[in-house]
Design a protein around this ligand. Structure first.
Ligand code: ZN
Length: 164
Protein backbone atom coordinates (compact mmCIF):
# COMPACT_ATOMS: atom_id res chain seq x y z
CA UNK A 1 0.00 0.00 0.00
CA UNK A 2 1.04 3.55 -0.57
CA UNK A 3 -0.22 6.97 0.25
CA UNK A 4 -1.61 8.89 -2.71
CA UNK A 5 -1.46 12.63 -3.13
CA UNK A 6 -4.83 14.35 -2.60
CA UNK A 7 -5.46 16.97 -5.28
CA UNK A 8 -6.94 20.31 -4.29
CA UNK A 9 -9.79 22.47 -5.56
CA UNK A 10 -8.79 23.98 -8.89
CA UNK A 11 -7.26 20.72 -10.16
CA UNK A 12 -8.95 19.63 -13.40
CA UNK A 13 -9.53 16.09 -12.02
CA UNK A 14 -12.15 17.44 -9.63
CA UNK A 15 -14.44 18.78 -12.36
CA UNK A 16 -14.48 15.73 -14.64
CA UNK A 17 -17.18 13.09 -14.99
CA UNK A 18 -15.47 9.82 -14.06
CA UNK A 19 -15.71 6.65 -16.13
CA UNK A 20 -17.26 3.46 -14.78
CA UNK A 21 -15.03 0.64 -13.61
CA UNK A 22 -15.29 -2.37 -15.91
CA UNK A 23 -12.34 -4.47 -14.75
CA UNK A 24 -12.23 -5.63 -11.15
CA UNK A 25 -8.55 -6.49 -11.21
CA UNK A 26 -5.46 -6.11 -9.03
CA UNK A 27 -5.01 -2.54 -10.23
CA UNK A 28 -8.41 -1.62 -8.80
CA UNK A 29 -7.58 -3.42 -5.55
CA UNK A 30 -4.31 -1.50 -5.29
CA UNK A 31 -6.19 1.77 -5.83
CA UNK A 32 -8.72 0.86 -3.11
CA UNK A 33 -5.99 -0.16 -0.65
CA UNK A 34 -4.07 3.04 -1.32
CA UNK A 35 -7.21 5.17 -0.98
CA UNK A 36 -8.00 3.53 2.36
CA UNK A 37 -4.51 4.25 3.67
CA UNK A 38 -4.66 7.83 2.34
CA UNK A 39 -8.05 8.38 3.95
CA UNK A 40 -6.92 7.07 7.33
CA UNK A 41 -3.80 9.22 7.18
CA UNK A 42 -5.90 12.30 6.32
CA UNK A 43 -8.42 11.46 9.05
CA UNK A 44 -11.33 11.85 6.62
CA UNK A 45 -14.83 10.39 6.34
CA UNK A 46 -14.70 9.75 2.62
CA UNK A 47 -12.51 9.89 -0.45
CA UNK A 48 -13.28 9.65 -4.16
CA UNK A 49 -10.85 8.41 -6.82
CA UNK A 50 -10.70 11.75 -8.69
CA UNK A 51 -9.33 13.25 -5.45
CA UNK A 52 -6.23 11.11 -5.97
CA UNK A 53 -6.17 11.89 -9.69
CA UNK A 54 -7.91 8.73 -10.92
CA UNK A 55 -10.96 9.44 -13.10
CA UNK A 56 -12.90 6.28 -12.25
CA UNK A 57 -16.19 5.78 -10.40
CA UNK A 58 -14.67 4.60 -7.12
CA UNK A 59 -15.05 5.99 -3.60
CA UNK A 60 -14.68 5.04 0.04
CA UNK A 61 -17.05 6.21 2.75
CA UNK A 62 -16.82 5.79 6.52
CA UNK A 63 -19.81 3.63 7.48
CA UNK A 64 -20.67 4.68 11.02
CA UNK A 65 -22.76 1.55 11.53
CA UNK A 66 -19.72 -0.72 11.07
CA UNK A 67 -17.05 1.80 12.03
CA UNK A 68 -15.18 0.87 8.86
CA UNK A 69 -14.80 2.18 5.34
CA UNK A 70 -17.11 0.79 2.69
CA UNK A 71 -15.76 0.54 -0.84
CA UNK A 72 -18.18 1.71 -3.49
CA UNK A 73 -17.51 0.94 -7.15
CA UNK A 74 -19.86 2.51 -9.72
CA UNK A 75 -22.17 3.77 -6.93
CA UNK A 76 -25.63 5.17 -7.60
CA UNK A 77 -28.01 6.77 -5.15
CA UNK A 78 -31.26 4.97 -5.88
CA UNK A 79 -33.47 6.39 -3.13
CA UNK A 80 -33.41 9.28 -0.70
CA UNK A 81 -35.65 10.48 2.09
CA UNK A 82 -35.95 13.46 4.38
CA UNK A 83 -33.51 16.23 4.94
CA UNK A 84 -30.56 17.03 7.20
CA UNK A 85 -28.64 20.27 7.52
CA UNK A 86 -25.13 20.20 8.91
CA UNK A 87 -21.43 20.88 8.67
CA UNK A 88 -19.55 19.63 5.65
CA UNK A 89 -15.96 19.80 4.48
CA UNK A 90 -13.73 18.13 1.89
CA UNK A 91 -10.15 16.84 1.91
CA UNK A 92 -9.65 18.65 -1.42
CA UNK A 93 -10.75 21.98 0.08
CA UNK A 94 -8.82 22.02 3.36
CA UNK A 95 -9.90 24.48 6.03
CA UNK A 96 -13.20 25.36 4.37
CA UNK A 97 -16.51 24.30 5.90
CA UNK A 98 -20.11 25.13 5.14
CA UNK A 99 -23.60 24.23 6.29
CA UNK A 100 -25.10 22.00 3.60
CA UNK A 101 -28.54 20.43 3.34
CA UNK A 102 -28.64 16.80 2.19
CA UNK A 103 -31.15 13.96 2.26
CA UNK A 104 -31.28 12.37 5.72
CA UNK A 105 -31.56 8.81 4.48
CA UNK A 106 -30.00 7.44 1.34
CA UNK A 107 -30.01 4.08 -0.40
CA UNK A 108 -26.96 3.40 -2.54
CA UNK A 109 -26.37 0.60 -5.03
CA UNK A 110 -22.77 -0.19 -5.88
CA UNK A 111 -20.35 -2.99 -6.70
CA UNK A 112 -17.70 -4.29 -4.37
CA UNK A 113 -14.04 -4.78 -5.32
CA UNK A 114 -14.89 -8.10 -6.97
CA UNK A 115 -17.76 -6.70 -9.03
CA UNK A 116 -20.58 -8.04 -6.85
CA UNK A 117 -23.57 -5.68 -6.66
CA UNK A 118 -24.88 -4.69 -3.23
CA UNK A 119 -27.16 -2.09 -1.69
CA UNK A 120 -26.79 -0.14 1.55
CA UNK A 121 -29.21 2.20 3.27
CA UNK A 122 -27.82 4.69 5.76
CA UNK A 123 -28.80 7.91 7.46
CA UNK A 124 -27.06 10.86 9.10
CA UNK A 125 -23.36 11.38 8.49
CA UNK A 126 -22.92 8.25 6.41
CA UNK A 127 -25.80 9.29 4.12
CA UNK A 128 -24.22 12.73 3.85
CA UNK A 129 -20.89 11.16 2.89
CA UNK A 130 -22.56 8.94 0.24
CA UNK A 131 -23.98 12.09 -1.37
CA UNK A 132 -20.72 14.03 -1.09
CA UNK A 133 -18.54 11.24 -2.54
CA UNK A 134 -20.83 10.19 -5.39
CA UNK A 135 -21.01 13.85 -6.43
CA UNK A 136 -17.22 13.90 -6.78
CA UNK A 137 -17.58 11.20 -9.46
CA UNK A 138 -19.64 13.63 -11.54
CA UNK A 139 -17.20 16.49 -11.06
CA UNK A 140 -19.09 18.34 -8.35
CA UNK A 141 -17.91 19.77 -5.02
CA UNK A 142 -19.88 20.46 -1.85
CA UNK A 143 -19.18 24.19 -2.07
CA UNK A 144 -21.59 24.29 -5.03
CA UNK A 145 -24.39 23.74 -2.47
CA UNK A 146 -23.64 26.90 -0.53
CA UNK A 147 -22.85 30.54 -1.08
CA UNK A 148 -21.27 30.91 2.34
CA UNK A 149 -18.05 29.36 3.63
CA UNK A 150 -18.00 29.61 7.41
CA UNK A 151 -15.56 32.04 8.99
CA UNK A 152 -13.31 30.66 11.74
CA UNK A 153 -15.58 32.28 14.34
CA UNK A 154 -18.72 30.76 12.80
CA UNK A 155 -17.07 27.35 12.60
CA UNK A 156 -16.01 27.55 16.23
CA UNK A 157 -19.49 28.63 17.30
CA UNK A 158 -21.07 25.77 15.33
CA UNK A 159 -18.75 23.17 16.89
CA UNK A 160 -19.38 24.50 20.41
CA UNK A 161 -23.12 24.47 19.83
CA UNK A 162 -22.96 20.84 18.60
CA UNK A 163 -21.01 19.81 21.70
CA UNK A 164 -23.62 21.19 24.09
ZN1 ZN B 1 -14.88 15.85 -0.98
Amino acid sequence: MALRNIVLQGDACLSKVCRPVTEFNSRLHQLLDDMRETLIEANGAGLAAPQVGVLRRVCLVLDEENDDFVELINPEIIDQQGEQTGLEGCLSIPGQYAIVTRPNRVRVRAQDRNGKTFELEREGLTARAFCHETEHLDGHLFVEHTDHILTDEELQAYIEQEEE
